[in-house]
Design a protein around this ligand. Sequence first.
Ligand code: ATP
Length: 140
Amino acid sequence: VECTLVLVKPDGVRRGLSGEILRRIEAKGYTLAAVELKHATPELLAQHYAEHEGKPFYAPLVEFMLSGPVLAVVAEGQGVIAGFRSLAGATDPTAAAPGTIRGDLGRDWGLKVQQNLVHGSDSPESAAREIGLWFPQTAA
Ligand code: ATP
């Protein structure tokens, strides 16, 4: 069955929205295969966000992701990779549609990085890579 890596980012954990975000994943019918509160490290984030290295928002993004704990989640279900990105909504919370996690719960705080509550893998290859990074003990 398909799996994706979801992160409740530090803004979501800080604002007490972890339960609401997990509730939406479960209410959609996906299964939680792993849930763990973690502190990211610079090394882990360098790997997780390798594709963004060199972009203007990269340093503020890493700093934000180190600003507090992250809830790492493996969600399972048919089509969950695209399905969770649809639940999450557009990257920019101001543009995200009502009904989505970012659209309902997020806003633009005028900061250097979009504090947009969640991350979701964008392809099967990213999901396998990211699950291995955040849950190394479960890697084959
Ligand atoms: P994620 O990968 O976290 O699910 P995404 O795929 O919607 O989000 P990406 O383009 O992969 O977005 O960017 C990763 C993260 O970097 C975003 O979630 C956001 O926090 C931040 N980010 C992306 N683009 C910008 C930008 N132009 N300005 C500020 N922050 C940004």
